[in-house]
Design a protein around this ligand. Structure first.
Ligand code: PEP
Ligand code: MG
Length: 576
């Protein structure tokens, strides 16, 4: 039967393919008595063999696609499987206690896990995690259920998941993953942001994708309207093929603007730059006519691994991006971990309010080794392009001063050691906490630039968790309160001769762009795939008229009034 799910359009485009569920199956185990322990042992051995061959395939694949380091984890899993101490204990249990293999496996594995976990040794603790993972795989074979193996995907698929962590998303193979849909999340959740930078159509927050979609179902992800069609009738498939074609045509039209600068119809210039998560995203920036990078979210370099990236590794990543952009500006944000971006290996305690907690610059100022390593890598890379550094989640002037002082110290040390460092690195901050927006006039005297992070600024101003779809009605980019804060920041920057950009998702939003142009925003940083569309929109807008529009919007009382005002103004601009 065909079904339609509604969700949030997270990434533009249309994808049609078979579903691949990235959902863990039910692996509950019951204790059952058995008659024939030999047969049961054989069943267990067969499950081990199947797991082994599966893991070998995954390991080889990971080696090829992700490198030796990422593949090592599967090597460790294979070692667990071939450990006679563990498999021996399980077989003994089956034989002596006459219990089913699932139960014997689970009991034995739990015992080993708790033994390793209680050791005061990081290496042993990691072995506990390996055993847990391997146990799941063998159990799945015994229970006859399928465990998802995303790294084995070898045909075009639509990923269906409850949520995708940023590291899940980063590991998806762009060649085969044509689209994705999730139960939870909003437009600014990081899975959505990643889908845009990977140029994969996505619909998030459908609430029931994992309930309604089975492996192999034919799925259409309509990332333009926020709809997911499950097993659609042939007419719907045909109409979506037409839509996809239409979308491709529009894209071709925008593509003509690729090498142009961005001017409004009355000749006011702005800069359109891209948000990226990894050096792999550079290609998308260039192909989509980006005039630089307005936000490099460096936390993705720290994810999907089990230890911090070294200074050299980071240096290489930053150098690749700077060289790839060939002298165009690259704004790199220092580590912004926390909120929905976790780093399990930092072993940070769970907090009641992670979005308001020990995160980003707060963590970096305390764990200075981690911070200094990143800063040194950045400073060393600075000679390879046009680097600007910005600090995330700045709430007070002192935080900025402290972070900048650490940066200066590291710079001085490197120079003393004879390392070349660029002497024209601009240092700015993200404005994503209301206190900083309100104090922008003071900050502007000390920083080189602002980049407004509306994803967080909106959530903190309206006290509405950006991940929570139940209160998504409060997540209001066009609320006059937000527009007023944005204006304060831009005006404060200009008064001190500094520039103001925006790297929150609002910067690429069609309804927001006319307002932001009118408010005087200098730099718009968005997912690369939104750039050409934004350029084509700005070309049609008259800057002076947008100034009037913005000042009217600031005096509206509701979001709805603002949206209505913009829609009227834009349609009348188009008709001229
Ligand atoms: C923001 O908060 O607007 C932002 C760009 O940062 P992030 O989405 O990574 O929190
Ligand atoms: Mg933020």
């Amino acid at each position: 039967m065909s079904t339609i799910l509604k969700g949030i359009a997270a990434s533009n485009g249309i994808a049609i393919a078979k579903a691949y569920r990235l959902v863990e199956p039910d692996l509950k185990v019951e204790r059952k008595g058995i008659q024939n322990s030999e047969e049961e042992t054989k069943r267990f051995e067969e499950a081990i063999r199947q797991s082994q061959s599966e893991l070998e395939t995954i390991r080889d694949h990971a080696k090829k696609e992700l490198g030796e380091e990422k593949a090592a984890i599967f090597e460790a899993h294979l070692l667990v499987l071939s450990d006679p101490e563990m498999t021996g204990s399980i077989k003994d249990k089956i034989k002596n206690e006459k219990v089913n293999a699932e139960f014997a496996l689970k009991e034995t594995a739990d015992m080993f896990v708790s033994m390793f976990e209680n050791m005061d040794n990081e290496y042993m603790k990691e072995r506990a995690a390996d055993i847990r993972d391997v146990t799941k795989r063998v159990l799945a074979h015994l229970l006859g259920v399928e465990l998802p193996n995303p790294s084995l995907i070898a045909e075009e698929v639509i990923i269906v998941a409850e949520d995708l962590t940023p590291s899940d998303t980063a590991q998806l193979n762009r060649q085969f993953v044509k689209g994705f849909t999730t139960d939870v999340g909003g437009r600014t959740s990081h899975s959505a942001i990643m889908s845009r930078s990977m140029e994969i159509p996505a619909v998030v927050g459908t609430k029931e994708a994992t309930k309604e979609i089975q492996n192999g179902d034919l799925v259409i992800v309509d990332g333009i309207n926020g709809e997911v069609h499950v097993n659609p009738v042939p007419e719907v498939i045909e109409s979506y093929k037409d839509k996809a074609e239409q979308f491709a045509k529009e894209k071709a039209e925008w593509a003509k603007l690729k090498n142009e600068k961005t001017y409004s119809s009355d000749g006011h210039q702005v800069e359109l730059v891209a948000n990226i998560g990894t050096p792999k995203d550079i290609e998308g920036v260039i192909n989509n006519g980006g005039e630089g990078v307005g936000l490099f979210r460096t936390e993705f370099l720290y994810m999907g691994r089990d230890q911090l990236p070294s200074e050299d590794e980071q240096f290489e990543a930053y150098k690749t991006v700077l060289e790839g952009l060939n002298g165009k500006p690259v704004v790199v944000r220092t580590l912004d971990i926390g909120g929905d971006k976790e780093l399990p290996y930092l072993n940070l305690p769970k907090e009641m309010n992670p979005f308001l907690g020990f995160r980003a610059i707060r963590l970096c100022l305390e764990d200075q080794d981690l911070f200094r390593t990143q800063l040194r890598a950045l400073l060393r890379a600075s000679v390879y392009g046009n680097l600007k550094i910005m600090f995330p989640m700045i709430a007070t002037i002192n935080e900025f001063r402290e972070a900048k002082a650490i940066l200066e110290e590291e710079k001085e040390k490197l120079i003393q050691d004879g390392t070349k460092v660029s002497d024209s690195i601009e240092v700015g901050i993200m404005v994503e906490i209301p206190s900083t927006a309100v104090m922008a006039d003071q900050f502007a005297k000390e920083v080189d630039f602002f980049s407004i992070g509306t994803n967080d600024l909106i959530q903190y101003t309206l006290a509405a968790d950006r991940m929570n779809e139940r209160i998504s009605y409060l997540y209001q980019p066009y609320n006059p309160a937000i527009l007023r804060l944005v204006k304060m920041v831009i005006d404060a920057a200009h008064k001190e001769g500094k520039w103001a950009g925006m790297c929150g998702e609002m910067a690429g939003d069609e309804t927001a762009i006319p307002l932001l142009l009118g408010l005087g925003l200098d730099e718009f940083s968005m997912s690369a795939t939104s750039i050409l569309k934004a350029r084509s929109l700005i070309k049609k807008l008259n800057r002076s008229k947008m100034e009037q529009l913005a000042s009217e919007a600031l005096n509206k009382r509701t979001t709805a009034e603002v949206v209505e005002l913009v829609e009227k103004a834009v349609s009348s601009q188009y008709s001229h």
